[in-house]
Design a protein around this ligand. Structure first.
Ligand SMILES: [Zn+2]
Length: 494
């Protein structure tokens, strides 16, 4: 695609809405007792119900209702006291019944919102509805896997796996906002424990409705739907591409066609898949095999009371209770386990800002390099706090602590036991030198080696103190107490 002139891009405004599919973290499927475990041999987790055999009857898994309602409560939705399932009719080989059980005119949750922060500004993104539905199976085409062959296979392990579809209002205006919204939803779902948010395995994926209009125009432009975006990166890139493609079409005097497009992540483009269906194409009607859902007020109140502290509230509390900057609080609360690690360390006596710095700096970096999540972290909060005490006592310097922390992480990880910082300090001989005579000797040696610099230093070139401190640290392999080195050097001036 030819690039669009940036001035032309500014003439337009993008209007984006996301339909997010979240696989619920239940052990069994939505209308039968089959396992939802990922990665099993094809067609080993099926039964007459999810295979769509004639004469079978679905029974709702109560957990899925509870999970969807919790999500609705956490996203400020109104919970319908009366809702029901609907049949969405379409034919596809991975849909054995010829219809999908979903919800249509009476979804379980409506009229909610979540807050996102983009460029320091808080914005509300409306949630139109959240409904429950069953997933379809999976088609595997031999020819598409590159190995040739003419057969297509169908794996129905995924048929009947419970999904929540979270539909946003068209409130999103940029790819960045779309990514932030998606991240926020993932955080909330993981806090609630209703979805693992694993985008690689497809537990969280989204379709994006994208249109553009001239800035200031009220009416929406014609939208396209970009299907099956399964990473934050692809969400951002696919929407960015689609916006520019539509602007180009309009600038060239053409018209955007309402259609479904597929994101090709290898080529970085969206491609037309089929013209978009309208709702009436699906011939929705109320599902006759399932009773309507009536939510009891007391049961709903109990679910509300059982909600955990949610990310936005936790973030605000971290700012007020621990005096953390907004940025740190946001980072620490994006995963519940990270927030727990932080609070545990503070409870054990760690100074909040210091603990936050170690978590968002060295700990996050090591986990990233190791491709581990915070849940798999080999270090425990007490190991960090013990090490911080060693710094406070002057046993090790802040700089040496970096080495100790790294070593503590590596050893704890490979030995699968908690290796403590005092052991490492002893093993590697990293105890800080706080003995005045020893440091003074090093200072004298360095001065003797650099007489010219010392003369300039005495003559008033004060910034040279950094050079001398550096030399002394080098000589003591970083173990000299930096404050004492500074003091002694200043003394030598006079
Ligand atoms: Zn089944």
């Amino acid at each position: 695609m030819k690039d669009v002139d940036s001035i032309n891009v500014l003439k337009y405004e993008a209007v984006i809405g996301l339909e997010v599919h979240a696989q619920m973290l239940t052990d069994t499927k939505i209308f039968c007792g089959c396992s939802t475990k990922f990665g099993s041999e094809p067609n080993t987790q099926t039964c007459p119900v999810c295979l769509g055999m004639p004469g079978v009857l679905p029974v709702l898994n109560k957990k899925t209702l509870e999970f969807t309602i919790k999500t609705g409560l956490a996203t400020n939705c109104k919970i319908s006291s009366f809702s029901r399932f609907a049949r969405k009719n379409y034919f596809y080989p991975d849909l054995p019944k010829g219809y999908q059980i979903s919800q249509y005119e009476l979804p379980i949750c409506e009229y909610g919102y979540v807050e996102i922060v983009v460029n320091g500004e808080t914005k509300k993104i409306g949630i139109t509805r959240i409904h429950m539905e069953e997933d379809a199976g999976k088609n595997i085409h031999e020819s598409a896997s590159g190995g040739g062959g003419n057969y297509s296979f169908v794996d129905l392990n995924r048929a009947g796996v419970p999904l929540m579809e979270i539909v946003s209002e068209p409130d999103i205006r940029s790819p960045e906002e779309a990514v932030e919204y998606m991240k926020k939803l993932r955080t909330i779902l993981r806090y609630l424990g209703v979805c693992d948010g694993n985008m690689e395995q497809g537990s969280l994926r989204c379709d994006a409705n994208v249109s553009v209009r001239l800035a200031g125009q009220k009416e929406f432009g014609v939208k396209t739907e970009v299907k099956n975006l399964n990473s934050f990166k692809f969400v951002g890139k696919a929407i960015e591409y689609e916006i520019r493609r539509q602007i180009k079409v309009l600038e060239d005097g053409g018209k955007v066609i309402q259609e479904t497009r597929l994101w090709d992540s290898e080529r970085g483009i969206t491609e037309s898949m089929r013209t978009k269906e309208e709702a009436h194409d699906y011939r929705y009607f109320p599902e006759p095999d399932l009773v309507p859902i009536v939510v009891d007020q007391r049961w709903l109140d109990e679910r509300r009371a059982s909600l955990p502290e949610l990310p936005d509230i936790k973030r605000k509390r971290f700012v007020s209770e621990y005096g953390l900057p907004e940025y740190d609080a946001d980072l620490l609360t994006s995963e519940k386990s990270t927030a727990e690690f932080f609070e545990e360390a503070v409870k054990l006596g760690g100074q909040p800002k210091t603990v936050a710095n170690w978590i968002k700096g060295d700990l996050m970096r090591l986990l990233n390099e190791d491709n581990k999540s915070i849940e798999e972290c080999p270090l425990k909060p007490e190991q960090l706090v013990e090490m911080l005490h060693l710094i406070d006592k002057g046993t090790i310097s802040g700089k040496i602590a970096k080495t100790v922390f790294h070593e503590m992480y590596t050893r704890s990880s490979s030995l699968k036991i908690s290796v403590h910082s005092d052991v490492i300090v002893k093993d590697l001989g990293l105890v800080q030198i706080s003995d005045t005579s020893e440091i003074e000797k090093a200072v004298d040696d360095v001065i003797a080696k650099h007489p010219k610099e010392f003369e300039r230093f005495r003559a008033g070139e004060e910034k040279l103190i950094g050079f001398f401190v550096g030399q002394v640290m080098k000589m003591t392999r970083g173990k000299a107490n930096p404050q004492m080195v500074n003091d002694l050097l200043k003394k030598k001036l006079f």
